[in-house]
Ligand binder design. Structure first.
Ligand code: SAM
Length: 247
């Protein structure tokens, strides 16, 4: 069994099951929500225990949740039954996926690609782009190579036996999307300021932390600084579209 799978199997009971509170976490859901509608066909890649897949299915969307961790998927199945919705769970791992190409109106992959070395991320993005129907939308979450947090998280994951965390420069992000014949429709930088909360002692001031991070209803200072200095962001959420046929 891979290190990644056994790690996330172990984490499954503690992994967050609802949409995150901070601005950066809640924006993940907001971007999905823009597309949520009955009849939508969506793929959640690296779905964990379904914090996004289950509420999306609640809108009447058909949702396929993919993950390498069978423990995460077992929780997702149990929780989706409890919620009264059907989510299709598929155990599969990027960069390849056991899914039919060109079937999805929406595919998203949060907090997962950065665990893959660069060559595997390139292959994974090709796989994800290939899932889309003409006119479909892809949401990626890519790490910034120029962020301090990359060093922190790289050390953290290497101690666990992972290869590391792998980030990009902003110009490379745009190329990764364009190389797959997708059109960028939005880039949402995160973490240019909040990454400093990883410094020892920085979270001793909860009010300051809240001011920096913001929440679902209130922009934090982090959002403003990340928009001002996007090249230094910790992460970019990238929304891209496959052109419609004939366009
Ligand atoms: C950090 S969690 C993110 C979960 C969720 N997307 C979110 O934003 O909260 C990463 C998830 O991706 C899964 N994962 C890790 N590597 C993967 C891979 N190569 N292919 C598919 N899933 C993977 C893990 O099992 C875990 O459930």
């Amino acid at each position: 069994m891979s290190i990644e799978r056994s790690h996330f199997d172990r984490e499954s009971s503690a992994y967050p099951e609802t949409v995150g509170e901070t601005r950066a976490q809640s924006l993940k859901w907001q971007l999905i929500l823009e597309r949520a509608a009955p009849g939508l066909v969506a793929a959640d890649i690296g779905a964990a225990s379904g914090r996004h897949a289950i509420p999306l299915a609640g809108f009447g969307a058909t949702v396929v949740a993919v993950d390498i961790s069978t423990e995460m998927l077992a929780r997702l199945k149990k929780r989706s039954l409890e919620a009264g919705v059907n989510v299709h769970a598929v155990a599969s791992g990027l960069p390849e996926l056991a899914l039919h190409p060109e079937r999805f109106d929406l595919a998203y992959c949060y907090s997962t690609l950065l665990l893959l070395p660069h060559d595997q991320q390139i292959a994974a993005i090709r796989t994800l782009a290939g899932l889309l129907r003409p006119g479909g939308t892809l949401i990626l979450d890519l790490a910034g190579a120029r962020s301090l947090s990359l060093f922190y998280w790289r050390r953290y994951y290497r101690k666990l036996g992972f290869p590391g965390i792998f980030g990009w420069r902003l110009s490379q992000v745009k190329n990764l999307v364009a190389e797959n014949n997708l059109i960028v429709t939005g880039i949402y930088p995160q973490g240019a300021l909040s990454q400093f909360l990883l410094l020892p002692g920085a979270t001793r001031f909860p009010q300051l932390e809240r001011l920096i991070r913001g929440n679902r209803d209130r922009h934090g200072l982090d959002e403003a600084v990340s928009k001002w200095l996007p090249a230094l962001a910790e992460r970019w959420y990238v929304m891209a579209q496959r052109p419609s046929r004939g366009s």
